[in-house]
Write a protein that binds this ligand. Structure first.
Ligand SMILES: Nc1ncnc2c1ncn2[C@@H]1O[C@H](COP(=O)(O)OP(=O)(O)OP(=O)(O)O)[C@@H](O)[C@H]1O
Ligand SMILES: [Mg+2]
Length: 420
């Protein structure tokens, strides 16, 4: 500490302890006088000690914070307030408008401009928002000053669902006229609604797929217990169908489980090196019995060298099994399925599975990878399809950072390309 600092510290301390020092000096003077007058030393000592005690307990050794004075409402210039609130709203990614008591738009944030287009200066909100329920809500809040919200859907330019909320701008310690400004905000819940719909479609589809074989099983059991009780031949036939139905159900459940497992690890990229040359050979071999039943030939076109990609071997087997199986099942009338592996140095590795079947009409192509989506439900069911195969393929490829490209021409055939 500098000498100057010390002095100023001592001065401050002396100023703070002025009264206490005065009490001490006075007490000491009284004690000296008492001694001179011949009063007993013991009594003088106690008198002096009492004075010191009083001085010490009074001393404000810890500075006490003064309670703040009660806040006086400060008047604010409406222009400044409007600018401040709109600067805040500009940072939001949800559309928001500031309106006045006449429901004229005073400011809009960039998100609102993107969603509804620019409101002309001072325009009434009905210039862009024509829904009577929204206008009623705004009118009510302007009249009562109470916040309000409703759900509102727009058809144009695209289908959107918003929670629209209106609330007056209020600042507790700043004096503004109540109901001078209102903020109208739009929370876009279209995505949530879409996910909700997908989820309920999924549950409906899954239960429907399980209910059909279950109902047929039940029917057969009743028949075996009743009318076919004494007909071993019919029983044998029904048991065969029942076996197929239970196999189908367990396949469906396996597929659903494998989809949910894939979803869980979708963000973890696989890191094994997998050579696609032997892998495709293995898949072809495993599908030979099916191809034989359908009278389809699978031709493999493989490069002489290795073609390695980063991947999970079992999952890649699942991908090519489903693509080649689909080509055999749905392109059966073309008789031939070609599987080509293209791996040129410096280019992406590609596997193309092509059939010469009936092809897929263009409107179905974008939806093929949706769960349970089938171009022809009856046709697919008769081929024991569940409509989950390509959904699984897409999930696996997403995890492998690979793409599925579908090119199809009705009457000519279909190419499914996997590009790594
Ligand atoms: N090569 C193809 N040619 C014509 N249509 C096809 C072809 N591949 C798939 N499809 C159509 O796409 C639908 C979805 O195929 P996906 O593999 O997802 O299901 P699936 O084969 O019916 O059932 P799963 O694969 O679970 O057994 C099929 O039902 C079929 O209508
Ligand atoms: Mg399939």
């Amino acid at each position: 500490m500098h000498l100057q600092d010390e002095w100023s510290f001592l001065r401050k301390l002396a100023a703070r302890l002025r009264q206490e020092i005065a009490i001490l000096i006075l007490a000491t003077l009284i004690a000296i006088l008492a001694l001179i007058e011949g009063i007993g030393a013991g009594f003088v000592f106690w008198l002096w000690a009492a004075a010191v005690f009083v001085a010490l307990t009074r001393a404000p050794l810890v500075e006490q914070a003064e309670p703040p004075p009660p806040a006086e409402p400060r008047p604010v210039d409406p222009e400044t307030l409007l600018r401040t609130v709109s600067a805040g709203l500009a940072a939001l990614d949800m559309p928001a408008l500031i309106i006045d008591r006449e429901a004229s738009v005073l400011a809009q944030n960039p998100a609102a401009e993107k969603a509804f287009g620019a409101f002309p200066a001072g325009a009434h909100i009905s210039a862009k928002l024509r829904s009577p329920s929204v206008l009623d809500m705004v009118r009510e809040t302007i009249a009562t000053n109470a916040p309000n919200q409703i759900e509102h859907s727009e058809r144009l330019p695209s289908e959107r669902v918003y929670i629209i909320r209106i609330a007056p701008v209020e600042l507790p310690d700043i004096e503004i006229e109540p109901g001078m400004f209102f903020v109208l905000s739009f929370r876009d819940i279209s995505e949530l609604r879409h996910i909700d719909r997908m989820r309920s479609d999924f549950v409906a589809n899954a239960s429907h797929e399980l209910r059909t074989p279950l109902a047929s099983l039940r029917g057969f059991i009743e028949t075996i217990q009743g009318p076919a009780k004494a007909d071993p031949k019919a029983q044998q036939r029904f048991l065969g169908i029942m076996f197929d139905q239970t196999t189908r159900m367990s396949r469906l459940v396996d597929d659903l489980l494998s989809l949910s497992r894939l979803e869980l690890k979708s963000h973890i990229a696989p890191d094994q090196k997998v050579d696609l040359v032997p892998l495709l050979g293995h898949v072809r071999d495993s599908l030979l019995p099916l191809a034989g039943d359908l009278d389809v030939t699978i031709n493999l076109h493989l490069p002489p060298a290795k073609a390695e990609v980063l991947g999970d071997r079992d999952e890649l087997v699942q991908v090519f099994e489903n693509l080649i199986e689909n080509a055999c099942k749905y392109g059966q009338e073309g008789k031939v399925v070609d599987v080509s592996l293209l791996s040129e140095p410096g280019q992406a590795v590609e596997v193309v599975v092509s059939d010469r079947g009936p092809g897929i009409p263009a409107e179905h192509v974008p939806r093929l990878t949706e769960r349970f989506y089938r171009v022809n439900v009856e046709d697919s069911r008769s081929k024991k399809g569940t409509g989950l195969g390509l959904a699984i393929v897409k999930h696996i490829l997403t995890r492998h950072r690979a793409r599925l490209i579908v090119k199809s021409e009705v009457g000519k055939g279909t190419d499914f390309t996997v590009r790594f």
